[in-house]
Design a protein around this ligand. Structure first.
Ligand code: OAD
Length: 250
């Protein structure tokens, strides 16, 4: 049983417009690795500039393709966890609910969320690095990066690499939702990658209540109105139960 601040529950029972930003921590309990956790984080083992940048792909496309193929298989092998399902339930609890995610694993949609903006793309999608055409079928020989059937360009994952722009429509939708939200949640993200990280301060600047849920303190913790320390797979379902019990007892 978690004791939530009374004020937070009160805000949530009145909230009309809720925005949630998620990061890799939300998928950690599904069995996917985060990026910056000291022991298990992907960036503790690999240098992002060797694997997640246009320069890396130009230098060694096969290395980059194989690394994403390995991560794609990991994603295909996991299911949403209790935190994802709680966020799907939250979508039906508020008149307007927008989920903005840095995750590329597609687990929010799999859990049932409908309004999802994937700021960093989706690892399950593949597109041509030259002409941009999406493809769902490609031959995987162990020697070469698969090529586009239309222009022979090399295929790549439809994710955002360091130095690349975010998908404009997704980012704009996120910013518009944040500008009018009552409550902004930052969940399972270290909050160090821009522009996603600046959404919390954008929410603060329009006067919304900022709530952080994270297993550890982050740069946002001190500025958040409420900081709930713990795993999202435990904290989110408990938070929903707490809100519902207040609503039912009215
Ligand atoms: P990080 O790995 O930077 O941060 C994950 C956060 O989740 C940390 O603050 C952890 O404390 C927290 N965490 C871990 N397990 C948790 C759990 N079960 N419940 C709640 N919190 C938990 O991942 P992101 O913030 O998502 O970008 O990283 C942002 C971006 O940096 C990624 O989208 C990726 C990466 O480079 C690109 O590849 C472009």
């Amino acid at each position: 049983m978690i004791d939530f601040p009374v004020d937070l529950i009160r805000f949530l029972t009145k909230a009309q417009r809720v925005v949630v930003l998620t990061g890799a921590g939300v998928s950690q309990e599904s069995g996917l690795r985060t990026f910056r956790d000291a022991q298990e984080g992907l960036w503790a083992k690999y240098d992002p500039m060797d694997l997640a940048s246009p320069e890396a792909f130009a230098r060694d496309p096969k290395l980059v393709w194989d690394w994403y193929a390995w991560r794609r298989e990991a994603v295909k092998g996991v299911r949403p966890n209790a935190g994802h399902y709680a966020l799907a339930e939250m979508e039906s609890m508020f008149p307007m609910f927008t989920l903005v995610t840095q995750n590329v694993d597609g687990l929010h949609r799999m859990a049932g969320n409908k309004t999802v903006h994937e700021l960093h793309g989706n690892i399950l999608r593949v597109r041509c690095s030259q002409c941009g055409t999406f493809t769902e079928i490609w031959g995987d020989d162990s020697e070469h990066v698969p090529q586009c059937q239309l222009c022979n360009g090399l295929l790549r994952p439809d994710v955002v690499w360091f130095g690349e722009s975010l998908p404009l429509a997704e980012l704009e939708a996120a910013v518009i939702a944040v500008r009018s939200c009552d409550i902004f949640f930052s969940i399972g993200t270290s909050g160090v990658v821009q522009p996603a990280a600046s959404l919390a301060s954008a929410a603060r600047s329009v006067g919304s209540v900022v709530v952080e849920i994270n297993a550890e303190a982050t740069p946002l913790t001190q500025q958040a109105d409420f900081s709930l320390l713990g795993k999202s797979g435990s904290v989110l379902p408990a938070l929903i139960t707490a809100v519902k019990s207040v609503v039912q007892n009215r």
